[in-house]
Design a protein. Structure first.
Length: 151
């Protein structure tokens, strides 16, 4: 049995980018004499899944504890951009933070739109801490099933 696999360099780059963002998206730890960790939060970017079916592309971004009003979605020059901000909780008297690992602050994620996406029909909804951006496909991109008749 001869197996041939198709190498996709873009998929390799995407995997590398994902691994690197995992390293740089986490708070940095500083070791001292007493081996304590730093409690400063690093900049962050929400994790995103992009799913495709016959009708659309669906971009799902994890935005826990981000208010709907703090998220903006725009489409311009073939780019989908999601930007927003997760506010740090107010420090209250009597509370002392021992560790802060979640990222806070502004974020921006941008994605090139496929040619078959209808940019003027993009829609978005936000619930349960997940932003869902729907990018419908053009009619010519939708799959057509043709029945083959055997004579």
């Amino acid at each position: 049995m001869n197996l041939i696999t198709h190498w996709d360099p873009f998929k390799e780059m995407e995997g590398l980018q994902h691994r690197l963002s995992g390293y740089f998206g986490r708070p940095l730890m500083r070791r001292g004499h007493d081996e304590e960790e730093s409690i400063t939060a690093a900049e962050w970017a929400p994790l995103v899944d992009i799913i495709e079916d016959d009708r659309e592309y669906l971009v799902k971004a994890e935005l826990p504890e981000v208010k709907k009003g703090d998220v903006k979605v725009s489409v311009e020059n073939g780019m989908l951009t999601i930007r927003g901000e997760r506010q740090f909780e107010k420090e209250e008297k009597g509370k002392k933070y021992h560790r802060v690992e979640r990222g806070y602050g502004s974020f921006v994620r941008s994605f090139a739109l496929p040619d078959i996406a209808e940019a003027d029909k993009v829609s978005a909804d936000f619930r349960d801490g997940v932003l869902r951006v729907h990018l419908p496909k053009t009619d010519k991109a939708k799959t057509k099933h043709i029945e083959v008749k055997v004579a």
